[in-house]
Design a protein around this ligand. Sequence first.
Ligand code: HEM
Length: 469
Amino acid sequence: MPLFRERHDYKHRPAARWEDGRFIPPHHLPIERSVGEWDRIDWLRYIRASAQNPLCGMTRISIEEHDAIVHSQGYDFLVPTKPETLREVFVEKVDALRHSDIRNAILKPALREGLVTSEGDRWKHDRRALAPVFTPRRIDTLAGAIDRATQDIIPALLAKDEVAIDDVMVELTYGVLSRALFSGQLEEGRDISLREIDRFLNTMGRPDPVDFVDVPQWIPRVTRVGRMGPVKRLRRYISEMVEVRRTQEGEPRDDLLSAMLAEDAFTEEQLQDQLITFIAAGHETTSRALTWLFYLLSQDKNAYERLEAEIDALDTSAPAAEWKTHLPFTRACFDEALRLYPPAPFLSRQLDRDETLAGTPLKKDTIVFCNIWLVHRHRLLWDQPDAFVPERFLEENQRKTPIDRFQYIPFGLGPRVCIGVRFAVLEALIMIVRLAKTYRFELAGEHPWPHARVTVRPEETLRMRVVRR
Ligand code: HEM
């Protein structure tokens, strides 16, 4: 049995540092020994540490070599990292996969049959029905409303000298999404609390121990008792709002709900599932991306100044949908923040039949665990993988060092790629412009430690000083 001190120390937290002129934010070190060498105690420690924070589960072998296949403790896992394998799994042989049992156990109680959780014919029908709602043209028409909402919401959120930037970003993205989805009608005259919804969405990402064994969904999970309240209330509000919309005379509102109603493809229940899904999938992801971006910028003065200069030169009287063409460096910074901190870091599937993947015959029920964090920092795919290097995403550099479509996957890949990607990028750029034009953020406390629930967030609240430029 290996000596205790030789085992991986999950509590070890390397400090932030600079290397070759680049900022490297703090992150877990990979586990030295490979899974095959673990004994039972290693497994127990590993399971305990990963239940706390799944990001600590990376092994050195999985980040230095491709496509780890692990047979252990009665489970078979494929951890695909090679772009060719990712394409094989998520595009070419996607019909061999279903969502994993653990993913369903975590997400289904709240999202039911929304687009994130549905499968088979239900999903095919819904994805097709929602496609016209999310076309680039349709999304671009929301740019003006997103910009107005952003400008309305920001001043109150940044009125203090120091703020919890993660909370600020959640409030901002929730407010903006709510306007884009429902013209803000959800909040009007209702006791809907963002805090409650947010708390629920975060506990939703913590698997209950019961989820790991095969126990039916109707058996109550101790960790979720009392937490469905906000979701039930949200369902009720949404259904009231939809009812009013359906009976309303006159011009339809210019928001995503009107676009969905125009498709006339969903029952009342299905509409609720889809709208709750958009709130869940759409606001926290973008808010985390912005939180990490401003943290990274606060450390890299050169990048921050370059981004500010680009934004200062932007003509904000032009339509907001057109801004993106004038913001290559800002976009590169956003892309790099999504690489280092992919907000939705895990794509978890299971094989529905025996199938050969990555050249290896695998049995039905094998777990395919795509760890986007790992792909985005893989030693065989990236130079300076742990460093903040936004320039790598600039067009001129991509011509020299191309980034494969399947090595950079913050929005997922294949037919189940994020339907909201266009919306997310549009709103993020508008928010970055409005924030960086007037404010600068400086780290006020400790460096944030990345922590994965449904999204990757700072483990503790991230305090930042707000300086008016
Ligand atoms: C930075 C922001 C965002 C990130 C990083 C992100 C990431 C992702 C990822 C990785 C997936 C694939 C999940 C899987 O295959 O298991 C996904 C799916 C999805 N996302 Fe996003 N997302 C973002 C914003 C949004 C927004 C704004 C919306 C809606 C308004 C949205 C709605 C969805 C939906 C409905 C799906 C399920 C698609 C399907 O399975 O057909 N997302 N997203």
